[in-house]
Design a protein around this ligand. Sequence first.
Ligand SMILES: Nc1nc2c(c(=O)[nH]1)N[C@H]1C(S)=C(S)[C@@H](COP(=O)(O)O)O[C@H]1N2
Ligand SMILES: [Mo]
Length: 195
Amino acid sequence: MTSSDDEGTGGRPRLPPGQVVTRKFPVMTAGTPRTAGKDEWTLTLDGHVTNPVTLDWAAFSSLPTREFVTDLHCVTKWSKLDTVWRGVDIDVLVELARPDSQSAYVLAKADGDYSANLRLVDLTGGQAIVATHFDGQPLSPEHGGPARLVAPRLYFWKSAKWLRGLHFSPFDYKGYWERLGYHNYGDPWKEQRYR
Ligand SMILES: Nc1nc2c(c(=O)[nH]1)N[C@H]1C(S)=C(S)[C@@H](COP(=O)(O)O)O[C@H]1N2
Ligand SMILES: [Mo]
Protein backbone atom coordinates (compact mmCIF):
# COMPACT_ATOMS: atom_id res chain seq x y z
CA MET A 1 0.00 0.00 0.00
CA THR A 2 1.37 3.43 -0.89
CA SER A 3 1.20 6.39 1.43
CA SER A 4 -1.47 7.96 -0.78
CA ASP A 5 -3.71 5.05 0.23
CA ASP A 6 -3.07 5.70 3.91
CA GLU A 7 -3.35 9.44 4.09
CA GLY A 8 -5.63 11.97 2.54
CA THR A 9 -4.96 15.66 2.53
CA GLY A 10 -4.49 17.50 5.77
CA GLY A 11 -3.19 14.50 7.67
CA ARG A 12 -6.61 12.88 7.97
CA PRO A 13 -6.28 9.16 7.28
CA ARG A 14 -7.60 8.10 3.91
CA LEU A 15 -9.34 5.04 5.32
CA PRO A 16 -12.02 5.09 8.02
CA PRO A 17 -11.30 2.86 11.04
CA GLY A 18 -11.55 -0.89 10.43
CA GLN A 19 -11.67 -0.66 6.63
CA VAL A 20 -9.49 -2.55 4.11
CA VAL A 21 -8.87 -1.40 0.52
CA THR A 22 -10.04 -3.61 -2.33
CA ARG A 23 -9.38 -3.12 -6.02
CA LYS A 24 -12.30 -5.35 -6.94
CA PHE A 25 -15.85 -4.10 -7.02
CA PRO A 26 -17.86 -6.56 -4.90
CA VAL A 27 -21.57 -6.92 -5.64
CA MET A 28 -23.63 -6.61 -2.45
CA THR A 29 -27.33 -7.25 -2.96
CA ALA A 30 -29.98 -8.32 -0.47
CA GLY A 31 -32.28 -10.79 -2.21
CA THR A 32 -32.73 -10.92 -5.97
CA PRO A 33 -34.70 -7.80 -6.87
CA ARG A 34 -36.56 -7.54 -10.15
CA THR A 35 -35.11 -4.37 -11.60
CA ALA A 36 -36.53 -1.96 -14.13
CA GLY A 37 -35.01 -1.49 -17.57
CA LYS A 38 -34.73 2.05 -18.96
CA ASP A 39 -38.15 1.76 -20.68
CA GLU A 40 -40.04 1.07 -17.45
CA TRP A 41 -37.77 3.04 -15.12
CA THR A 42 -39.00 6.22 -13.46
CA LEU A 43 -37.70 8.38 -10.63
CA THR A 44 -40.27 9.92 -8.30
CA LEU A 45 -39.45 12.94 -6.14
CA ASP A 46 -42.21 13.36 -3.58
CA GLY A 47 -43.20 13.88 0.04
CA HIS A 48 -43.05 17.34 1.57
CA VAL A 49 -42.11 19.15 -1.63
CA THR A 50 -43.52 22.06 -3.61
CA ASN A 51 -43.23 20.26 -6.93
CA PRO A 52 -43.72 16.49 -6.75
CA VAL A 53 -42.55 14.96 -10.01
CA THR A 54 -42.02 11.60 -11.68
CA LEU A 55 -39.30 11.59 -14.32
CA ASP A 56 -39.08 8.94 -17.01
CA TRP A 57 -35.72 8.00 -18.50
CA ALA A 58 -35.92 10.68 -21.21
CA ALA A 59 -36.78 13.43 -18.72
CA PHE A 60 -34.10 12.31 -16.27
CA SER A 61 -31.51 12.11 -19.07
CA SER A 62 -32.22 15.72 -20.06
CA LEU A 63 -30.94 16.94 -16.66
CA PRO A 64 -27.34 18.17 -16.39
CA THR A 65 -24.80 15.56 -15.25
CA ARG A 66 -21.38 15.75 -13.70
CA GLU A 67 -18.45 13.52 -12.89
CA PHE A 68 -18.09 12.45 -9.27
CA VAL A 69 -14.85 10.89 -7.97
CA THR A 70 -15.12 9.37 -4.53
CA ASP A 71 -14.08 6.65 -2.10
CA LEU A 72 -16.66 4.02 -1.09
CA HIS A 73 -16.83 2.39 2.33
CA CYS A 74 -18.92 -0.75 2.82
CA VAL A 75 -20.01 -1.70 6.33
CA THR A 76 -18.61 -5.22 5.68
CA LYS A 77 -15.18 -3.50 5.79
CA TRP A 78 -14.10 -3.13 2.18
CA SER A 79 -13.30 0.30 0.80
CA LYS A 80 -12.77 1.18 -2.82
CA LEU A 81 -10.79 4.33 -3.54
CA ASP A 82 -11.10 6.90 -6.33
CA THR A 83 -14.20 5.47 -7.99
CA VAL A 84 -15.42 7.48 -10.98
CA TRP A 85 -19.14 8.03 -11.50
CA ARG A 86 -21.34 10.22 -13.68
CA GLY A 87 -24.87 11.28 -12.92
CA VAL A 88 -27.25 13.97 -11.78
CA ASP A 89 -26.34 15.93 -8.69
CA ILE A 90 -28.84 15.67 -5.84
CA ASP A 91 -28.79 19.49 -5.74
CA VAL A 92 -30.34 19.49 -9.23
CA LEU A 93 -33.14 17.18 -8.04
CA VAL A 94 -33.69 19.27 -4.90
CA GLU A 95 -33.99 22.40 -7.03
CA LEU A 96 -36.55 20.61 -9.19
CA ALA A 97 -38.75 19.20 -6.40
CA ARG A 98 -38.16 21.99 -3.86
CA PRO A 99 -38.58 20.17 -0.51
CA ASP A 100 -40.03 22.45 2.15
CA SER A 101 -37.83 23.75 4.93
CA GLN A 102 -38.94 21.06 7.43
CA SER A 103 -37.86 18.24 5.13
CA ALA A 104 -34.63 17.29 6.87
CA TYR A 105 -34.79 13.62 5.83
CA VAL A 106 -34.82 11.62 2.63
CA LEU A 107 -35.96 8.04 2.16
CA ALA A 108 -34.24 6.62 -0.92
CA LYS A 109 -36.55 4.00 -2.41
CA ALA A 110 -35.42 1.29 -4.77
CA ASP A 111 -36.76 -1.69 -6.69
CA GLY A 112 -37.09 -4.86 -4.66
CA ASP A 113 -38.43 -3.09 -1.56
CA TYR A 114 -34.96 -1.81 -0.69
CA SER A 115 -34.72 1.60 0.92
CA ALA A 116 -32.29 3.68 2.93
CA ASN A 117 -32.83 6.74 5.10
CA LEU A 118 -30.50 9.72 4.99
CA ARG A 119 -30.31 13.30 6.17
CA LEU A 120 -30.83 15.81 3.38
CA VAL A 121 -27.71 17.73 4.49
CA ASP A 122 -25.60 14.65 3.69
CA LEU A 123 -26.89 14.60 0.11
CA THR A 124 -26.70 18.27 -0.85
CA GLY A 125 -23.77 20.60 -1.52
CA GLY A 126 -22.22 18.31 -4.12
CA GLN A 127 -21.97 15.31 -1.79
CA ALA A 128 -24.16 12.84 -3.68
CA ILE A 129 -25.48 12.00 -7.14
CA VAL A 130 -27.93 9.70 -8.87
CA ALA A 131 -25.42 7.82 -10.99
CA THR A 132 -26.02 6.36 -14.44
CA HIS A 133 -22.37 5.67 -15.31
CA PHE A 134 -19.41 4.00 -13.60
CA ASP A 135 -15.90 4.21 -15.04
CA GLY A 136 -17.21 5.79 -18.24
CA GLN A 137 -19.67 2.97 -18.95
CA PRO A 138 -23.44 2.79 -18.38
CA LEU A 139 -23.98 1.39 -14.90
CA SER A 140 -24.27 -2.41 -15.05
CA PRO A 141 -27.44 -4.02 -13.65
CA GLU A 142 -25.65 -5.73 -10.75
CA HIS A 143 -24.25 -2.38 -9.56
CA GLY A 144 -27.67 -0.71 -9.74
CA GLY A 145 -28.25 0.22 -13.38
CA PRO A 146 -29.97 2.01 -14.88
CA ALA A 147 -29.51 4.43 -11.96
CA ARG A 148 -28.43 4.35 -8.33
CA LEU A 149 -27.79 6.71 -5.49
CA VAL A 150 -24.13 7.38 -4.65
CA ALA A 151 -23.98 9.02 -1.22
CA PRO A 152 -20.46 8.20 -0.02
CA ARG A 153 -20.50 10.44 3.05
CA LEU A 154 -22.12 7.38 4.72
CA TYR A 155 -21.54 3.64 4.53
CA PHE A 156 -22.32 2.29 1.08
CA TRP A 157 -25.55 0.52 2.11
CA LYS A 158 -27.13 4.00 2.06
CA SER A 159 -26.42 4.23 -1.69
CA ALA A 160 -29.54 2.49 -2.96
CA LYS A 161 -29.11 0.62 -6.25
CA TRP A 162 -32.00 0.63 -8.79
CA LEU A 163 -33.16 3.91 -7.30
CA ARG A 164 -36.81 4.73 -8.01
CA GLY A 165 -37.62 7.53 -5.64
CA LEU A 166 -36.54 10.15 -3.15
CA HIS A 167 -39.14 10.86 -0.50
CA PHE A 168 -38.49 14.13 1.33
CA SER A 169 -39.92 14.37 4.84
CA PRO A 170 -39.66 15.96 8.29
CA PHE A 171 -39.73 12.37 9.60
CA ASP A 172 -36.78 9.97 9.62
CA TYR A 173 -38.43 6.76 8.36
CA LYS A 174 -36.07 3.80 8.63
CA GLY A 175 -34.84 1.99 5.54
CA TYR A 176 -34.28 -1.71 4.87
CA TRP A 177 -31.03 -2.31 6.78
CA GLU A 178 -31.77 0.33 9.39
CA ARG A 179 -34.91 -1.60 10.39
CA LEU A 180 -32.82 -4.78 10.60
CA GLY A 181 -30.35 -3.29 13.06
CA TYR A 182 -27.80 -1.35 11.06
CA HIS A 183 -26.91 2.03 12.51
CA ASN A 184 -29.50 4.68 11.72
CA TYR A 185 -26.90 7.23 10.53
CA GLY A 186 -23.94 5.13 9.38
CA ASP A 187 -20.93 7.45 9.52
CA PRO A 188 -17.86 5.39 8.49
CA TRP A 189 -15.49 7.84 10.24
CA LYS A 190 -17.26 7.15 13.55
CA GLU A 191 -17.60 3.42 12.79
CA GLN A 192 -21.37 3.56 13.10
CA ARG A 193 -21.93 0.06 11.70
CA TYR A 194 -24.68 -1.53 13.75
CA ARG A 195 -26.93 -0.50 16.60
N1 LIG B 1 -31.46 -1.75 -4.05
C1 LIG B 1 -30.39 -2.12 -3.32
N2 LIG B 1 -29.42 -1.21 -3.11
C2 LIG B 1 -28.32 -1.53 -2.38
C3 LIG B 1 -28.19 -2.81 -1.82
C4 LIG B 1 -29.22 -3.76 -2.04
O1 LIG B 1 -29.18 -4.90 -1.57
N3 LIG B 1 -30.30 -3.37 -2.81
N4 LIG B 1 -27.06 -3.11 -1.07
C5 LIG B 1 -26.34 -1.98 -0.46
C6 LIG B 1 -25.06 -2.36 0.07
S1 LIG B 1 -25.03 -3.17 1.57
C7 LIG B 1 -23.89 -1.97 -0.52
S2 LIG B 1 -22.38 -2.25 0.21
C8 LIG B 1 -23.89 -1.38 -1.87
C9 LIG B 1 -23.13 -2.27 -2.78
O2 LIG B 1 -23.11 -1.78 -4.09
P1 LIG B 1 -22.38 -2.65 -5.19
O3 LIG B 1 -23.11 -3.98 -5.26
O4 LIG B 1 -22.46 -1.84 -6.43
O5 LIG B 1 -20.96 -2.84 -4.71
O6 LIG B 1 -25.19 -1.19 -2.40
C10 LIG B 1 -26.17 -0.84 -1.46
N5 LIG B 1 -27.38 -0.57 -2.19
MO1 LIG C 1 -22.81 -3.01 2.29
